[in-house]
Design a binder for this molecule. Sequence first.
Ligand code: BGC
Length: 829
Amino acid sequence: MSDSVSRRSALGFAAGAIAVAAAATAGLAVPSHAAGRARRGPGAGPRVESLVAGLTLDEKISLLHGARDPESLGQAGYVPGVPRLGIPPLRLADGPAGVRVAARATALPAPVMLAAAFDPALARAYGQVIGREGRALGQDVLLSPMVNLIRTPYAGRNFETFTEDPLLAADLVAEEIRGIQGEGLIATVKHFALNNQEKDRMSIDVRADERTLHETELRGFEAAVRAGTGAVMGAYNKVNGTFACENKPLLDDVLRDRWGFEGWVMTDWSAQHSTGRALAAGLDMEMPDGTHFGAALKRAVTNGGVPEAHLDRSVRRILGVMERFGLLGESVPERPERDPEAGAAVARAVAEAGATLLRNTDRTLPLTGRAARDIAVIGPTGRHPFVSGGGSAHVVPDRADSPLDALTERAGRGARVTYAPGEDLYGKEIPRSALSPAFDAEEQRVAAGREWTYEGTLTLDEADAWTFVIHYSGERPEVELAGTELFPPVPGVGEFFSGGLVSTAPDGLNVRRATVPLTGGGHRLRITARGGDQGQTFRIRRVTAATRAADVAEAVRTARGAHTVVLFAYEDATEGQDRTSLALPGHQEELIRAVTAANPRTTVVLNTSSATSMPWLERTAAVLQMYYPGQEGAAATAAVLFGDCDPGGRLTQTFPVDDAHHPTAGDPRRYPGVDGVEEYSEGIHVGYRWYDAEGVRPLFPFGYGLSYTTFAYSDLTVRRVSGPGVDVSFVVRNTGAREGVTVAQVYVGPSPDLRQAQADRALAGYRRIVLRAGERRRVTVRVDERALSAWDAKRHVWQLGTGRRTVHVGTSARELALSTSIDIKGAGS
Ligand code: BGC
């Protein structure tokens, strides 16, 4: 995309800025405003104005960057207040799947699972739990929701965000923000913008043309602004040549001038690269410290390089939001108590509503009769619950039950539930005889301030593939094998970023693994463990070809001995790293092959973040996608497997057949980028739009998911409503024998009047419907003007796609039972 730099200038949008009516949030009305006003600073009230007038330069600067919290609650960020003027400090905690502090909180299912419910009302309830808990846990700002689109299945944070579809993303982010902020916690939509991968996230220059930006990634952010988000977090990456946190076209021109955002923009953690330039571009707050907006900013103001008025503008934005949330008055809102039961109920409801049944042959599920009374549970995450993904999204859960226990309990008295891990997550002891000199590899304790070093030889009788597994508290130990570090730091990720549950041993120690082929004979081993401030516990273990084979053999025996198998498979995604393959990690594919060969009545439960390739699919009887289901995941999984509820989820991202057939395959400029540049050359064809445009068959299409019952769709009519929108109406009937969920999806075809590439079909509306057996209902879905419009990059406005357009209704992007067409006319025509 050679002209991407000149296209970037088109993001200036000087002309034709439109007024944006901000929505009223639940209980916290956001003033409507005209575009352009925000550039001059929000119309802050008299209290904010008088505070700005009363603040010294040092005090203003202290509000514009993070600092160390003297009374940290374990949250990610802190901004000291100015007590002499009654400005309280701000504590900023991570989400997005709960409130991440040192204390326990409700670990909600990952946002991708919430999205699978296609239910904005549930997104509001999810936000309300976080909003209340955040306030109760001493926080003022939540660093959530994340609304970057799922663009590539490899992206490490796909579980933290919602979907590949811009309309669905926009609906969900808006409702979640209303839920969070309605409880008095300030939301921070992130990461603005195009942070759609972790690979090189600190530096990658993402190039996307103006139309692509508006029609895909920016839709969610715009919806967040309309819903009244108090804060926006800038991304690490560059957008069209300029770092997102100093990107004037994004921060000032789009966010403030075009959308009328009146809150403040903070950096992602250490994502800032300049002082005056960033401030002038529209950045207000540096996190987590003051590298650029501390002493450097003071110098720039005192030597005249940065006008103090620019500082005032940012201070006004921050105080303006604090005022809006009642944080500046004499009587600040009281903090509520946590309500763990209410949190758990929402966590459970989301896990059930987002559970997505991908395959179910011969009515394998729900488990009934013998299948419900004689079960083998296989897989390490069948016992150790996979609660949440890794990185800054990891919440300390109130509880985390084992799926094995939940299934055993649900199966009830008289049932037989057996278990085999099949794969060893935590390793087995390294025999002392293999280490010379020998040492206790099972438990080393290093006192605070001390260092422990081992230098010796590891000897193998014959060649083998070892997985080294280290368990440790505190600082990551160094382990060098023949001079090569086995556990190098992950760039851009702090040492203490534990991953998901797979990265934490049952006794709470951090776990890392490295698989290396080893030749027979001696290998130089050097280990350095450091006690740090708190002392360190450290152990090193191994998995070998023989222990691996023994684990699989035990799983096969267990599977053979039971009527039915429930095999839990996982993928341990985390911030800071992309996946390198769509296959299940480790030896799980081999395990599935062996177990399904032993017992074909096998249901695979997937605790994965994003699309997985499934070369083993045909061998299974059923596949249930449970993502990272949060603290109530075990009970929810059991409820779905036994049919206490219908699996309510539908895919919010297309699952490709393999690594070679998806929108970012085959062209490294598209992903992961070449020479630091990545091009969104698929343009508006993100997600299913690409599969349609290229005629590529997915493994499972966007919107797909099975129910335990069946539905029939009929009687489609489409009629114009006042204004350019349309009402799409149809009848849905539950034709099966039990209550169930269907997600009706409305897609529209291209406009003949728009002379640019368009999607063959784009989601324009949807409705989640629960019907009893035999029940029928007429459903009407409003398709609004935006869903019928495309971005006109010449005039920098949305343009209605007029003319005859096809309207499809169905249950996925590829199962469209009903179609018709309608003339779309502009308002007044
Ligand atoms: C992440 C953000 C997070 C921040 C604070 C960063 O590494 O990208 O999403 O809010 O850390 O923990």
